[in-house]
Ligand binder design. Structure first.
Ligand code: ADP
Ligand code: MG
Length: 629
């Protein structure tokens, strides 16, 4: 016997340490992980066999199964799948190739090591290594179909403390046995009913029988009893599937990612047949915003055999929150990712799946409560579709929801359809404001005149919104207009009581306007008198040729150099402060007041100042001066 001992890769050591010390309460997922590995191994063997030229070369036990049993203090998971050669076992169980596991390790730093109570292990599915949560020692005994020789079988053994040992040990049949020496504190996992419960909970729909060894009293012997339904749910008739079955299938598919809010199960007949079962979840996967590494939740099957998951080509990226399966009959089993990229059937499939999903969402939107759950969680993802999917832009536009001034101080959503139905007589634009957050949006001075005149304004405050608006130019022919911009057009729809007001007062403020221009000089584009403000003395607007505040923020947040925005400084000539400073003769003092007003307008418009202390000092000085007076 030639024993060789190896050290685990350092990342794996870290992972194992965590598994061994973990207080994670949901330890039972180890069984789900091992069963899914066994099921993968069996599917791999089916592939392998199909792709063999000389099938007669190997005699296979095609009675595929995963068998689970206990022996003293150990739990054994045994499969007749593809097995592993010595090299494969070292590669697969000693190093990390998987990006999911790597990510998990990267995220460890932010989690307190010993107290993982979130579902983080469950979400990442750290696979084989989770067996060390419940075991003192793990043995893997495997015989590969590729080196199909009783003596080539290999045994891997480790207690999870940094090292593992590998040596040859004969094994009767092709496949893998995983032997777990269950920890004293985890004895429950040797209990028959507990094991069967876990199997049903997580692995019910795996289309390979999972059998448990039971003692049969009548026959006075052990029997293998099938525990799972071992059937692909989606192949059953819709009418025969209960809500609970659909939900359970969702849970097993997604490792319990929240709950499904809606689903759609369809069979498309014809030459290129396929079945799809698509779900809308109520919660995002943790990494949905990680554009490079996120994989969508669609599993592709070919004639009931699992092929691949997370294939980018199969659904558009902006629908990446969808979970489900697609089972097609028109692809070959050993199709590669590269071929999939160019497959015209896959392209057709994508179009048809996209339409289906947009239809599910459209149906869901009738139910406001449910749709709100969806919108809160995935609205910002869906918005990407306006840029990504020009063809479906209108359909996506119908699905958009916005906060609005229609609901005073309440974060309720409205659709564009609702907005245009409520439009002011003669109103020819859809008004919106973009700000950093809901509070700054709803309290913005820009809104005052619109509120006063009862004109609804949509409130946008998500990072993506300003960018989205580049693609959303109109709805049913009605143009969008940002009220952060200087808006002369508003005069056409709101006849102000005394429209000559500004003209009459022009002369009274001419000196002030000049002083402001002199003081702020390069920082601003222009100074204008306004009577559209109520409570605010000043406001900054952008001219239509200028980049908007939010766009400039968006660009600088991704490291782009953007020039400072030159705003139009609008002063409210009805405001007491403006009237007051109009009479200040002391040039120095006037300068201070102008700066003070400029800073406050800048703070409101951009939500931050480069030098807040300067602003506060200035304010304090001016107030003190007034008190002393
Ligand atoms: P994953 O299954 O996501 O790849 P795991 O940590 O669960 O990650 O397993 C690592 C690898 O070990 C698998 O990809 C597979 O190659 C191999 N493996 C694990 N269990 C088995 C098994 N029962 N039969 C064959 N290979 C297996
Ligand atoms: Mg696995």
């Amino acid at each position: 016997m030639n024993k060789k001992t190896y050290f685990f890769q350092s990342e794996i050591k870290q992972l194992l340490n965590l598994m061994i010390n973990s207080l994670y309460s949901n330890k039972e997922i180890f069984l789900r992980e091992l069963i899914s590995n066994s099921s993968d191994a069996i599917n791999k063997l089916k592939f392998y066999y199909l792709s063999l030229k000389n099938k007669k070369d190997i005699i296979l036990d095609t009675n595929y199964h995963i068998r689970i049993y206990t022996e003293k203090n150990s739990l054994i998971i045994s499969d007749n799948g593809i097995g592993m050669t010595e090299n494969e076992i070292i590669d697969n169980l000693g190093t990390i190739a998987k990006s999911g596991t790597k990510n998990f390790i990267k995220n460890l730093d932010s989690i307190s090591n010993k107290n993982i109570n979130s579902d983080i292990i469950g979400q990442f599915g750290v696979g084989f290594y989770s067996s060390f949560m419940v075991s003192d020692k793990v043995i893997v005994h495997s015989r590969s179909v590729k080196e199909n020789n009783i003596n080539n079988s290999v045994l891997w053994i480790s207690d999870g403390h940094g090292k593992y040992t590998v040596y040859k040990k004969s094994k009767d049949s092709i496949g893998t046995d995983i032997i777990l020496y269950i920890k004293e504190s985890c004895k429950e996992f040797l209990n028959e009913s507990k094991i069967c419960d876990i199997i049903i909970k997580y692995s019910n729909h795996i289309n390979i029988p999972i059998e448990y060894k039971l003692f049969n009293n009548k026959k006075k012997d052990f029997l293998w009893k099938k525990i799972n339904v071992a059937e692909a749910l989606w192949t059953k008739n819709k009418l025969e599937i209960s809500k609970k079955e659909y939900k359970d299938f969702y849970y097993s598919l997604t490792n319990n990612l929240g709950n499904p809010i809606a689903w759609s199960h369809n069979k498309v007949e014809g030459k290129n047949e396929y079945i799809s079962l698509l779900y809308i979840p109520d919660i995002s996967p943790w990494n949905i915003w990680n554009r490079d590494e996120y994989k969508n939740g669609i599993k592709l099957y070919v004639c009931r055999v699992f092929v691949m998951e997370g294939i980018k080509k199969i659904i558009p990226f902006y629908l990446r929150f969808i979970q489900g399966i697609i089972d097609v009959n028109f692809l070959s089993l050993n199709i590669s990712r590269e071929i999939l990229q160019d497959d015209i059937f896959i392209n057709k499939l994508k179009i048809s799946i996209t339409n289906r999903i947009l239809k599910i969402l459209n149906n869901l939107s009738i139910n406001k409560n449910k749709y709100n759950i969806f919108w809160k969680e995935f609205g910002n993802v869906l918005k990407e579709g306006l840029a990504e999917d020009e063809l479906n832009r209108y359909k996506i536009t119908l699905l958009l929801r916005f906060c609005s001034t229609y609901y005073d101080n309440e974060k309720k959503y409205v659709s564009l359809e609702e907005y245009i139905n409520r439009m002011y007589h003669g109103q020819d634009k859809i008004y919106y404001i973009v700000s950093d957050n809901y509070i700054s949006a709803i309290n913005s001075p820009h809104l005052e005149i619109y509120k006063k005149k009862n004109i609804e304004v949509l409130l946008m405050f998500n990072r993506i919104d300003e960018w989205m608006m580049m693609y959303l130019l109109d709805f049913k022919g009605i143009k969008f207009f940002s009220i952060n911009k200087n808006n002369e057009g508003i005069n056409n729809i709101i006849t102000l009581n005394n429209s000559k007001f500004l003209d009459i007062n022009k002369n009274i403020f001419v000196n002030l306007v000049n002083s402001i221009k002199l003081t702020l000089g390069e920082f601003i584009k222009d100074v204008k008198l306004t009577d559209k403000l109520e409570n605010f003395p000043v406001v900054l607007t952008t001219s239509s040729s200028e980049m908007s505040t939010q766009m400039s923020k968006l660009l600088s947040s991704v490291g782009k150099k953007v020039p400072n925005i030159k705003y139009i400084f609008e002063i409210n000539i009805k405001h007491i402060l403006i009237k007051y400073i109009n009479n200040i003769k002391d040039k120095n003092l006037l300068k201070k007041w102008i700066n003070y007003l400029y800073y406050q307008a800048l703070l409101i418009e951009t939500n931050s100042l480069d030098n807040p202390v300067e602003f506060i000092n200035l304010s304090n000085k001016l107030i003190s001066k007034l008190i002393i007076k």
